[in-house]
Design a protein around this ligand. Sequence first.
Ligand code: 28G
Length: 664
Amino acid sequence: MRYNTPVTKLIMPTDIEKASASYTGKDIEILSELEGVRKRPGVYIGSTNTTGLHHLVWEIVDNGVDEAVNGFGEKISVTLLKDGSVQVEDEGRGIPCDIQPQTGIPAIQLIYTTLHSGGKFSNKVYASSAGLHGMGATVTNALSEWVDVTVYRDGLIRHIAFENGGKLKTPLEVIGQSKKHGTVVRFKPDKTIFQSVDFKWETIYSHLQEEAFLLKKVRFFLKDERVTPHLSHEFYYENGLKEYAETLTSTKNKIGDILYFEGKSGDISVELAMAWCAGDYGENILSYANSVRTHDGGTHETGFKMGLGKAINDFAIESQLIKENQKIDGEDIREGLTAVLSVKITNEEKLQFEGQTKGKLGTPEALATLNQFVSREVLYYLREHKAFAVDLIKKCQAAKEARDAARRAKEASRSTKKKGPELIISDKLAPAQSKDYEANELFIVEGDSAGGSAKTGRDRIHQAILPLRGKPLNTESVTIERMKENAEFATLIQTIGAGFGPEFDPNKSRYGKIIIMTDADTDGAHIQTLLLTFFYKYMKPLITRGMVYIAQPPLYRVYKKSNPSNEYIYAWSEAELDEARKKIGPGYGINRYKGLGEMNPSQLASTTMNKKTRVLLQVRIEDPLVVERKIGILMGNDAAPRKEWIEENVIFNEHDSFMDEVDR
Ligand code: 28G
């Protein structure tokens, strides 16, 4: 189970007593464990939204991946079926089916119904929550309508089935003979648990692609049989992280080639791929420990940064490009760097995750190991690629000069005390009255007419409106100078008041929430993406801190024909529309909103802007692969796939993988 469950939840000190309990005792215990998962799904899968739903798939896929990591099976397939179920197949040894003497229950049944059938008496559970076997399958089972498992092992085919949150439906039985080996699991998520049971091609695609990058030479298949014609995709990366870094930088202007290093020291194996891109700001480091993404870095990332700094400075000094006392800062070295770092720690006792969300590697050894490994490998690389090395060092020095110049300019402007920033803010902005920046909200609104309605309908104390005319500039493919000359973005930067690029400071933002409000059509989607591209490139912390939102205007208004202005319900989806029709009863009418402009100020305010009644999507960047693919397709020069992609994937009022989590 790779989901970082709080460690305390995994500690079950009474296990030893329970293991010797009677058979019926065991039955009761199993039921209560499955019930525990159903009662508090969030503890095990984080949430019951789309993200949580997909965790059910990851849990099962991870079990197959663990078999492949151990050297059993080179292929894992995931199929989305028409009935809403998912099938996962591996070519490993097959889940053990032997009967456990203590309980009289087959191992496979325990694996699917107990939370600790893996290393039951080992201290593994205390070490970390990652890489534990046996828990994920139970979580998926507990949260499913039904689960079917078929095992190919010992020349036999065996089958076991569960229903209604993990209750045994068909006991383990031999159903045939076969020379194959492996496991096939099919399950259907429980619609009474999840807000939506609609699996997303895009989400599973990115996850399998990420797994394939991290586990080179293992094949992953994805097939969607819900659509005609069926969709399918194979992921296979001979060179792992090297191809990961290539994919992440495919739309960018790389300086030199991808640097790729691999090695092992003691318990820790390291894989690293990186490249610098011209025109990119800041650093973009993705790190993993035992295939778990470490969002908050940790010792491996720190060691990597130290090693990289040492290698570049050592090379610059030995080549007489700089003097001993002119060392380049880490920040300047990592300007425009994209890096993917994966460490695997075989000794599970040494694998420690820290922090609130367990997104930080704590293993002390990883720091020294990475520092040594990276400084040595990168130094050798630079010596062997002198032309590249010289270009790179020039780039670092340019970054340093730009930073120094920006600092000087700032100090100068501070000393020539301005009259206050309010004066230079665009007259297009309808500002908020409050000075409580945290509570203030900036609405960026598509079109002057909707902008006008929003100005009239807003909460003047805390809500500011900035109307946008037409499509914003595509900042992905222009220089920072062009961006600054663009009136729309210049206004936006002034309005937010926290700088941009490397100088951007989210603490200075005059708004706690930045809300993009567009029509629910393809143009609106394009505007959202162009704005998000700008924020991602020049104000990334706004996005990583979850300060950027997409407003969700309703799609329908259902009203009573006999009393249309007093009896009505807004609907944001087909399902809500159905419900509203029922509630209003006979004699209903439906307004379908195509744009913000079709609502009057008070309707716009109550449906889309009012804190108590609106629906907002928080923009989150959890998956850099999705971001890169979207930006690549939306921003690329090739118009055909772009149009196709928007039509297929930009579905409004659905959580899309760029956005998540409803906040009312
Ligand atoms: C198709 C989708 C999901 C799996 C296996 C294979 C073994 C296994 C799974 O063992 C119990 C606990 C720790 C060893 C292990 C088979 C050893 C020998 C396995 C899957 C026993 C679990 N033979 N394949 N679990 N372990 N595939 N695919 O779930 O000590 S789960």
